[in-house]
Design a protein around this ligand. Sequence first.
Ligand code: PNW
Length: 437
Amino acid sequence: MQFPVNFGWGAATSAYQIEGAAKEDGRGESVWDTFSHTPGRIRNGDTGDVAADHYHRYAEDLDLMRDLGLRSYRFSISWPRIQPDGTGAANQRGIDFYRRLVDGLHERGISPMATLFHWDLPQTLQDAGGWESRDVAYRFADYAATVFEALGDRVPVWLTINEPKTVVQNGYLFGHHAPGRQDPDAAYLVAHHLQLAHGLAVQALRAEDGAGRIGPAFNLHPCYPADDSPAAAEATRLYDGYENRLYLDSALKGSYPEDVLADLGPTSRMVRGIRDGDLEIISSPVDVLAVQYYTPIYVTANGGTVRRWPTSEASWQQIYPDGMYDILTRVTRDYGPIPLTVTENGLPTPDVLAADGTVEDTGRVTFLRDHLAAAHRAVTDGVPLESFHVWSLLDNFEWAEGYDQRWGLIYIDYPTQRRVLKRSAHWYRQVIADNAV
Ligand code: PNW
């Protein structure tokens, strides 16, 4: 299965999950510092204080990316490194780190793709209300403008907010991510403000001369009815509204889905929080749509969910490669044609570093091969997919799961911070060299 010429073979990471150096060079605290240092929140009490120490080892990591032959590297910029208190002048040492990283990518022929926000909200902004506060969306636009001014000339693709849905659901509905709330009414107001922040950042980029392309990064879950009943079909439709259309429709069509708004009701904080003109901002034209696919969802007649396929080590993930085809063709049909990038796809596996120095993550090879085959089928059927990024380049701090779950192509031996290419990394290098699976 041959991929298009110049296909953007890539891998992805995020700042808090790999950088460490939590107190260095003027970095402020984020909600994830607070959350991970709160006893009982993270498995084994892990924190991102050191993580994969990428802040110090980025040059070695850049060389590994070149070894793999990556054409694209997706990383995120830590807001509290740029604005330690979430507002005001840029912290030059924070900017310099990302300059070194981006220049190092260019030197190695790897195209940078930068996410502005991968969940590490400055704690001072959380103290001021966090994403429940409309003002934080405007603070985000200022931060984005600061970043564009500093790096806009050397980053060709920008992503605004990583997975607004995960912040909404894990941060504000279930509470197992920062800031650890369980408040549905707050959650959907947060969704609106995250979408608003996205649109404002798109506008900030347009104001910056000669800057690159930009788009949102959504984790999309294809939703299927668990049985043939009309009730299951109806429940699936609403479920899809909350999982997918809430974000896609507002950003790409300029309207929130009517069924979701009706379900939330006119007295919900979100519906009351939508102001005239907001949807125009949210739907500011974008250049690219970033899709992150991990799992399907099967919805029962009463709106619950059931499991159909084997899960990975992540209990929320069912392994279903055809879902990749379904979601890519669906967004193209309903929102396209728009250039697509897959910015995350992967799974955790129980990796061990063997005595002979190898890591045999054959489960990851099978998973990626099957998902790439599905992506290839979508391309064959006309989906304008330009690149694909494995989650993740490195083993890293997997949020509430700490370091227990390993998602990387590259194994991190945390006590020594030694990097070891797993079998999947060797396999991926060959895929890239062949431009084919
Ligand atoms: C993504 N789900 O999160 C994030 O962008 C990464 O930071 C994270 O490490 C990776 O996926 C693996 O979890 C997700 O419930 C969180 O479907 C939850 C879901 C999907 C992705």
